[in-house]
Design a binder for this molecule. Structure first.
Ligand SMILES: NC(=O)c1ccc[n+]([C@@H]2O[C@H](COP(=O)([O-])OP(=O)(O)OC[C@H]3O[C@@H](n4cnc5c(N)ncnc54)[C@H](OP(=O)(O)O)[C@@H]3O)[C@@H](O)[C@H]2O)c1
Length: 126
């Protein structure tokens, strides 16, 4: 299967490593510092690297492992995910002006990151 990893952070890279071991084709994209992917690509030469839009387009399945405060910005880059399987690992973190993080209790009481992602996606994959 072709899998797009939208944000190859700690979790995204860990899952990508396991999927590559199982013979899946993986394209990794990253928000933030792109150089953090260099070591992974060197160790996993079968892995592809792309932009967020390219990884989302590449995948029959797309992993969303995004830093929650960046979700809307990442979704702007993703484009249509119509017909694709979407996997979510996210936690609903909020961040204040002192860069302190906490869980968004209001969101967690009424919804979940997967439901929010579904609501915000440009086209529904479910
Ligand atoms: N780690 C866990 O144990 C765990 C468990 C369950 C769920 N989750 C959730 O799964 C998602 C991914 O987790 P992770 O541990 O893989 O995250 P991560 O490695 O810290 O970061 C994921 C991606 O978000 C970027 N990012 C992190 N902090 C950022 C910031 N302040 N501003 C802009 N970009 C930022 C990272 O870029 P840089 O590498 O350049 O910072 C990376 O591309 C998150 O929603 C997390 O809450 C994590």
């Amino acid at each position: 299967m072709r899998i797009g990893v939208v944000n190859a952070g700690n979790i995204g890279r860990t899952l990508a490593r396991a999927w590559i071991r199982k013979g899946h084709e993986v394209m990794l994209a990253k928000d933030g510092n792109l150089e953090k992917l260099d070591a992974f690509i060197a160790e996993n030469p079968n892995a592809l690297r792309g932009t967020i839009a390219e990884a989302a387009q590449f995948g029959e399945a797309v992993l969303f492992s995004v830093y929650w405060p960046r979700l809307d910005a990442v979704l702007d880059a993703v484009g249509s995910l119509d017909g694709k399987l979407v996997i979510d690992t996210m936690n609903p973190l909020t961040v204040n002006s002192d860069f302190e993080h906490s869980y968004d209790g209001e969101l967690m009481a009424r919804s979940s990151t997967s439901e929010e992602l579904q609501r915000r996606l440009p086209a529904r994959a479910w």
